[in-house]
Design a protein around this ligand. Sequence first.
Ligand SMILES: CC(C)(COP(=O)(O)OP(=O)(O)OC[C@H]1O[C@@H](n2cnc3c(N)ncnc32)[C@H](O)[C@@H]1OP(=O)(O)O)[C@@H](O)C(=O)NCCC(=O)NCCS
Length: 176
Amino acid sequence: MATVRLRPIATSDAELCFHWVTDPDVARHLGLTQPPRTIRDEQAWISSVLADPDHLRMFVIEDESARPIGTSTLRGIEPEEGFAFFGILIGEKALWDHGYGTAATLATLAFAFQHLGLREVRLSCYSQNQRALRCYEKAGFQRVTQHWSWVPEGGADLRMSITRERWEEMQQSSAS
Ligand SMILES: CC(C)(COP(=O)(O)OP(=O)(O)OC[C@H]1O[C@@H](n2cnc3c(N)ncnc32)[C@H](O)[C@@H]1OP(=O)(O)O)[C@@H](O)C(=O)NCCC(=O)NCCS
C-alpha cells in the first residue's frame, strides 16, 4: 500500500510545480483559470498561498523515499463555516494508479479534520476524470450534485463532499 508524507509547500518548490502543472496530461483535468506561464508566476502563486494560511494550505506530497510527487491543496478555508475545497495532483505520471492519490487525499483530510477542525471538505471534478473520481470515492467522498456547465471535452462538473463524521467512521472501520 502506498504511503505518503505531506509537507508545507515552499517557494523553492516552484520549478517542480511549474513542470507538473504545465504537463498537458496533468493539466488536462485541473481547470486552471490562470495557468502559470513562467516559474516566477508559480513562485508568486506559492508566495500568495504562504501569505494566507487562514484560507489556503498547500502541501507537497512525498513518497516513501521522500521524493516529491505532487501537491494537495485546501483552499477557500472557512473556519467559521467549517469547510474547505480540496484539490490534488500527482505530477509524476508514472506513479498514477499506485494508490498515492488516495493516500494523499486521506492525509489531507486528516489535516483538515484533525488539525484545522473543519466539519466538511468539498471538491469539484470533471465527470470524464474517472481516475480522480475513483480516487476520491476510495477516500470517502460522495457525490453531491452534477452541474452541466461547460467543461473541457464535454461532460459535467461533479461536486463531491465528505463530512468529518463520515471520515471518522471510515477511520474506525479501517482500524477494526
Ligand atoms: C487524479 C489523481 C490525483 C489520482 O491519483 P492516483 O495516484 O492515480 O490515484 P490512486 O492510484 O489512488 O487511485 C486511482 C484509481 O482510479 C482507477 N482508474 C484509473 N483509470 C481509470 C478509469 N479510466 N476509469 C475508472 N477508474 C480508473 C485506478 O485503477 C485506481 O483505482 P483502484 O485502486 O480501485 O484500482 C492523479 O491521477 C492525478 O494527479 N491526475 C492529474 C491531475 C488531476 O486530474 N487532478 C484531479 C483534478 S479533479
